[in-house]
Design a protein around this ligand. Structure first.
Ligand code: ATP
Ligand code: MG
Length: 560
């Protein structure tokens, strides 16, 4: 028996290499570090699956670290949503950490840097500082404040911390090299003054550390061994290492930053800032609008955690950015729901069928299979009666030989029920079909064991008994953007490409078993797709979100 060998991605190769070179397996530790300035999206899911997946593979702890250093954009609401999403994806973090818990330690280290002559207070505004940065080919210019004495720097920095200056009056900068090739090394800002309450530290601090100063030191404090981030931070690695060098103790694990490519999905945007605009400008109803590529939106739409994990696994980790087609995500969703979603019948665009030879007033409860994919198949009851709905597009008065649905003089099987034959139609004055009059074959009942019950007819239709039908609201979604890459054209605002028809609300006529459906449950509406009960559902209004269509195997029978 050959053992399945999992091929390693380049990130796993990095870890394997470190282990080979003597890094202790017990010291492996990872983290997922979201900024709580919005809801997580499908791009974050890649990072979550990468980090927590490594945790599982190497039996190593993974921290959930909130990178909460910018109180102007961060909120508790986002912290709560992020925790919920990571847990829903099926992962357990070892520790819940906050960069803000390290503010005092970071401050103390910054004071040490000043004492070592490696940091100084700059009293210029951001425009002046930017104008001295130079260009990639030209060295920058030293700030006139670069040579302040240590005493003066210590005093100013203490005053900054004590709230004696206005926002923006001074910054603390690392004193590295204004001629460095890597422009990020040209005396980067470590602290800024910001008089703004923080969602966790309230008004304790009015100076806030910048990302570069915070991230590596947080990794170090948590003893994260491998800190994976997206490619735009590749240039920051040198600074990450420089800051680490200032505090690193050889007896401790030294975190290592490595980069992988951001994941982009077609027909949507994956950036919290852009998603926020969709919410604020009311293009969508909320962060968890089912059209959003947020984890909460996908959950509400009926995507499963298993499908999202499987998608992340399938696309893997890359070194270069590329665009993943959203249809691959939909494929993963469909594949998972096919296994788990119970089958039901709902008609979305009804036309009435009257079975003329079915006894007036008679009703029967027919057995319907819940899910043919289940190992142990179970059944539910579906009521049948003289008057039914079928989909309007499932009937034609005349059609060619390849139309296997219902046509005058033709036969179809009603799923779980009988074979019917269309005899005549009743129309209104404008020629619209009001009723299709059919006859049924009483011996053809599915599962009844008669020869007629297994008689083959080419088409099978879903249907619902009018008298028993449950009226539901069905929200049918299309892609939120009309083009694959709405934010590719930097000259244009991505909102210009919003699809105006991304939401269509229709009435669905459902079999009565759906009365019992719970919020969040997903069903396969046979021949139509997967649908999930929305959270806005109330006792007298069941609302469904269309999760994804079927790759309709029945469609190939038809020649539209
Ligand atoms: P956004 O621009 O959407 O705010 P971000 O990178 O600023 O994204 P963070 O909250 O800082 O968001 O990200 C947390 C982690 O998720 C980081 O390690 C980041 O690199 C990763 N991440 C964010 N977006 C993606 C993406 N599209 N693909 C893969 N990883 C991502
Ligand atoms: Mg960000």
């Amino acid at each position: 028996m050959s053992e399945e060998v999992k091929s390693l991605n380049f990130i796993e190769h990095i870890i394997e290499e470190d282990l080979k070179n003597g890094f202790a397996k017990n010291d492996l530790k990872f983290r997922f570090p979201p900024e709580p300035n919005g809801y997580l999206h499908i791009g974050h899911a890649s990072s979550i699956c990468l980090n927590f997946g490594l945790g599982l593979d190497y039996d190593a702890p993974v921290n959930l670290r909130f990178d909460d250093t910018n109180p102007t954009k961060e909120e508790q609401e986002f912290v709560d949503a992020i925790k919920k999403d990571v847990a829903w994806l099926g992962y357990k973090w070892a520790e819940e950490c906050y960069a803000s818990d390290y503010f005092q330690q970071l401050y103390d280290w910054a004071v040490q840097l000043i004492k070592d002559g490696k940091a100084y207070v700059d009293s210029q505004d951001s425009t002046a500082i930017a104008s001295q940065k130079g260009t990639p080919t030209q060295a920058g210019t030293n700030s006139p404040y670069r040579n302040r004495t240590i005493e003066e720097n210590l005093e100013l920095f203490a005053k900054m911390k004590n709230g004696e200056f206005e926002s923006g009056a001074h910054v603390l900068r690392a004193k590295i090299d204004m001629a460095a090739k890597n422009m990020l090394m040209r005396d980067p800002v470590m602290y800024r003054i910001l008089h703004k309450a923080h969602h966790r530290t309230n008004n304790t601090w009015c100076i806030y550390p910048m990302y570069d100063w915070t991230h590596g030191e947080s990794d170090y404090l948590e003893q994260v061994s491998h800190s994976f981030c997206t490619l735009e931070f590749a240039m920051h690695r040198e600074l990450y290492d420089w800051f680490l060098n200032q505090v690193y103790d050889e007896n401790k694990v030294r975190p290592k930053q490595r980069e992988f490519a951001r994941r982009n999905l077609s027909h949507t945007v994956v950036s919290k800032r852009k998603l926020l605009r969709l919410v604020e400008e009311k293009v969508v109803t909320a962060w968890d609008d089912p059209r959003m590529p947020t984890i909460s939106g996908m959950r509400r739409r009926g995507y499963t955690a298993a499908a999202i994990r499987n998608f992340a696994d399938t696309i893997g980790i890359a070194k270069r950015e590329n665009l993943i087609d959203v249809s691959l995500l939909e494929f993963c969703v469909r594949e998972d729901l096919n296994k788990v979603a119970p089958r039901v019948m709902t008609v979305l665009d009804p036309v009435k069928v009257v079975i003329t030879n079915y006894p007036e007033g008679q009703e029967e409860l027919l057995d319907a299979e819940n899910n043919p994919e289940d190992e142990n198949v179970t059944y539910r009851k579906v009521p049948f009666s003289k008057e039914l709905y079928i989909e309007r597009e499932d009937f034609r008065e005349e059609a060619n030989r390849k139309f296997f649905r219902l046509k005058l003089g033709g036969e179809v099987r009603l799923k779980n029920a009988y074979i019917i034959k269309a005899e005549t139609v009743v129309k209104d004055d404008e020629g619209n079909i009001l009723e299709i009059h059919c006859t049924y074959d009483p011996l053809s009942k599915s599962g009844s064991g008669t020869p007629e019950s297994t008689r083959k007819v080419k088409g099978t239709l879903h249907w619902v008994s009018i008298k028993h039908a449950l009226k539901t609201e069905v929200r049918v979604y299309d892609r939120l953007f009309m083009v694959a890459e709405p934010d590719a054209d930097k000259e244009k605002d991505f909102l210009e490409f919003v699809n105006p028809d991304s939401l269509q609300v229709v009435t669905g006529y459902a079999e009565p078993s759906l009365k019992e459906a719970n919020i969040g449950e997903t069903f396969q509406f046979q021949r139509l797709g997967y649908f999930c009960v929305d959270k806005e559902t109330s006792a007298n209004n069941i609302i469904f979100n269309k999760t994804v269509g079927l790759r309709d195997s029945w469609a190939k029978l038809d020649d539209k």
